[in-house]
Ligand binder design. Structure first.
Ligand code: GLU
Length: 410
């Protein structure tokens, strides 16, 4: 394997997580009639897309926003914390700046987002005010999730807003996010926000009532699914791509639901109308329920699993693969077959098997240049080889998340 120049350098600052504040109330929700245990939630993240927030011609759809804000107020009255992830900045900014949807280059989209975001917030502030609520704007980029201190700051701010009775309105900070640090679509952003604030439920609103087993726009016999336990590749293939305004689509919703699933958070994918929230606030079933994975990943592991962008790869031999996967061990230098990327100590690395499958992700205890010298050696030789030791492990089990089933070993 070759040592490649680093693509990104990540700084890692680790701070202990803060105890989450309890909410006054909660809502009981039964995903399916008589068959499931009741699910209780007291905090939810709801994502509304551009085509829901904006009507035709790039204007705010107040017919949606008004009853939606009233439904948010109903949650609020029950003591349930609501975080809204709202798209629509670019769609609103386009007509303001005279930029047609065909102009898809990054600077144009960023300019449109800069123009549209204040208008988007103005509408949220106005409609939430009419419903007796205060709004607050949170603009976030993927970069903000890389540094644990910034991650925890964002989390604290959102929790404090909820505590103060305000509704955080989150969007990607499109004006500064370049391609490689973008969440890409707000479905993905919403799943990360759900993890960030330890939400009990993620709600993704879309232009159809539920997830179907085939694309309902193309296939008349497509059936709506009331519950999904596993998001399979077939399901992803059947899902449609984005509509004209937003960047998402059913596929991106399923991918976001899969991320939430790994965080131990269930998702409801349902029709983008205020009635969906009203039903949920009364504990009535709606849309498709995507079950959470068993065993909730702890916040720090969640951050390792999804927030960071890998700076390199460590390939391990069969013995190390078995020790990690089956026996819950750390990664020691003796089991390393090769590395890729010039990662630093504290950077996120992908741990892969000899045949290139992803085994897990973790924070490196040594920089790439030193791991290269340690490959194949015993841990008790580290000091002699490097002249110092930062511990026996190249990736400690506490800083590692394993891919796939049984991976939530937080
Ligand atoms: N952040 C973008 C906006 O507000 C939307 C991204 C998306 O459609 O998912 O316009």
């Amino acid at each position: 394997m070759v040592l490649l120049p680093a693509s990104q350098k990540l700084s890692v600052a680790v701070f202990p997580g803060r105890q989450l504040l309890p909410h006054r109330g909660c809502i009981d929700y039964a995903p399916r009639m008589n068959t499931e245990r009741v699910f209780r939630f007291k905090r939810l993240v709801v994502k509304v897309g551009s085509s829901t927030v904006t009507g035709r011609g790039g204007v705010v759809n107040h017919d949606f926003l008004k009853p939606f804000c009233q439904a948010v107020a109903a949650f609020h009255a029950k003591g349930v914390g609501v975080v809204v992830v709202s798209s629509g900045a670019i769609a609103l900014g386009r007509p303001m700046l005279g930029c047609p949807p065909a102009e898809k280059d990054l600077p144009t989209k960023q300019a449109c987002a800069a123009a549209g975001q204040p208008m988007l917030m103005q509408s949220w502030i106005g409609e939430l005010e009419k419903a007796g609520l205060k709004a607050a704007q949170i603009l976030i980029t993927r970069d903000d999730f890389k540094d644990r201190r910034r991650y925890l700051n964002a989390r604290e701010t959102i929790h404090r807003l909820l505590e103060l009775g305000a509704i955080p309105i989150v969007n990607e900070n499109d004006t500064v996010a370049v391609d490689e640090i973008q969440f890409g679509d707000n479905d993905n952003l919403a799943s990360f926000v759900a993890g960030l604030v330890d939400s009990d439920l993620l709600v993704l609103l879309t232009d159809v009532e539920a997830v179907f087993d085939a694309d309902p726009r193309k296939n008349k016999s497509a059936r709506a699914l009331s519950k999904i336990d596993e998001i399979t590749d077939e399901l992803l293939q059947a899902a449609g791509e984005a509509g004209a305004l937003g960047r998402g689509g059913m596929r991106s919703k399923l991918l976001a639901a899969r991320t939430a699933q790994q965080f131990g958070i269930p998702t409801v994918i349902a029709k983008g109308e205020a009635l969906t929230l009203e039903k949920l606030s009364k504990g009535h079933r709606t849309g498709t329920w995507v079950s959470p994975a068993e065993g909730k990943m702890k916040s720090r592991k969640r951050w390792i699993a999804h927030a960071l962008i890998p700076a390199g790869e460590i390939r391990v031999d069969e013995g190390a693969e078995k020790a990690i996967r089956q026996h819950g061990k750390s990664l020691l230098p003796g089991g390393i077959a090769g590395i890729r990327g010039n990662f630093d100590r504290g950077d996120l690395v992908e741990i892969t098997t000899l045949d290139g499958r992803l085994l897990g992700r973790g924070l490196a205890c040594y920089p790439a240049i030193e791991v290269l010298r340690l490959c194949g050696h015993r841990s008790d030789e580290i000091r002699q080889i490097l002249g110092y030791s930062a511990g026996d492990e190249v990736v400690h089990r506490d800083d590692m998340v394993i891919q796939g089933k049984g991976g939530n070993d937080a």
